[in-house]
Design a protein around this ligand. Structure first.
Ligand code: SAM
Length: 335
């Protein structure tokens, strides 16, 4: 099938990508065991990482040529990127102005939330898998729970609302905490999202049989709360949402494995070293950095990006026999 002449990022299944996930670094200061080995990884060499100028040029192409309306900054840990506030100010100066969100582990956010909001950051997701210090140390291999909680509070004070929390439950580690995490989130006006653990860890330790499923999480929550399906349209959002005890508090579950939402996916992804991917689970990616550094025009880069998205597959097939985990781990793609 021939790609239509539209400027947008369309694929052969009729989806249109309007949400760009950009990884700012592959480095992280936690070692969550479902994501990264204790010793860390071989980080990308500095010269391979896109400069701020290169990133802003690509995001500019995305918003002016390709119809991207939402940009989410991620990593690795995006707060580790030097000059992040300045970079956000440049992104929010693009026209049409994209909505800019960030996914972070929250470490260091306590001091920076105000400056990030002032730079134009609209929203934030903070990853928090436990509210128990000992469990945090076991899961993330660092004693940083207090820093994350301080970061969340600072983000709230800075008005980065609604603040979402991402939680991954691991069997035998923190899977007893679903109810406690939801009580914590409701008490602080944070919106909790549970994410099913995905096969994206560098150590390839994911095991389908061990995974805590969306159904199990909902069962735990229903033992303590009344959950009513949210009537707000889901659109391309990955989370299925429920009102808790009649609302207004709510909870979401992202069942990437058992309840995939690929048919409504509106995402395209850019890695810190300039590869564009049509899916978190793609086995193929296209190097835009070589084009940038080779002197390609904005139109050429935009057209290459369209070609990549035109080739997007129907779904990731994680739950199917023969699924092949992508070569890059989550931390090097951008979660
Ligand atoms: N460092 C930032 C953070 O902690 O949010 C951003 C990057 S992190 C890769 C983004 C999200 O991916 C986090 O919420 C993390 O819990 C989640 N994540 C990482 N590995 C995962 C996996 N194997 N399955 C499901 N979620 C995962």
């Amino acid at each position: 099938m021939e790609r239509p002449a539209t400027l947008a990022l369309v694929d052969t299944f009729g989806r249109v990508a309007t949400d760009l996930r950009v990884s700012l670094t592959d480095r992280c200061n936690l070692r969550c065991t479902y994501c990264m080995p204790a010793e860390g990884l071989d980080w990308m060499p500095g010269e391979q990482i896109l400069t701020d100028g290169e990133l802003v040029r690509l995001m500019g192409i995305a918003v002016t040529h390709l119809g991207i309306t939402d940009i989410r900054l991620t990593g690795g840990e995006p707060l580790l990127r030097p000059g992040l506030e300045g970079l956000i100010a440049q992104i929010t100066a693009l026209r049409p102005r994209p909505r800019v969100a960030m996914t972070t582990n929250g470490i260091g956010l306590a001091k920076r939330a105000g400056a990030l909001a002032a730079a134009g950051l609209n929203r934030i997701n903070v990853s928090l898998d436990t509210i128990d210090r000992d469990v945090f140390i076991k899961l993330a291999l660092r004693d940083r729970l207090a820093h994350v909680l301080d970061g969340l509070a600072a983000a709230h004070s800075a008005g980065l609302a609604p603040i979402k929390i991402n939680s991954v439950l691991m069997r035998g580690v923190n899977d007893h905490e679903a109810v406690a995490l939801l009580r914590f989130a409701l008490a602080h006006d944070y919106r909790l999202r549970f994410i099913e653990q995905m096969p994206l860890d560098a150590q390839h330790g994911w095991n389908r049989a061990e995974m805590v499923t969306a159904a199990e999480i909902l069962e735990q929550l229903r033992a303590e709360f009344t959950l009513t399906p949210s009537i707000e349209p889901r659109g391309g959002a990955p989370a299925e949402r429920w009102l808790v005890d009649g609302g207004p508090g709510e909870v979401g579950v992202i069942g990437s494995v058992t309840r995939p939402f690929c048919a409504a996916c509106d995402r395209t992804r850019l890695t810190a070293d300039g590869a564009v991917r049509s899916c978190l689970f793609s086995n193929e990616e296209t190097d835009l950095r070589a084009l940038l550094r080779g002197g390609a025009s904005d139109d050429q880069i935009a057209d290459t990006w369209r070609d990549v998205m035109w080739g997007k597959l129907a779904g990731h097939e994680i739950d199917a026999d023969g699924f092949v985990q992508p070569l890059r781990p989550m931390s090097a793609i951008g979660g």
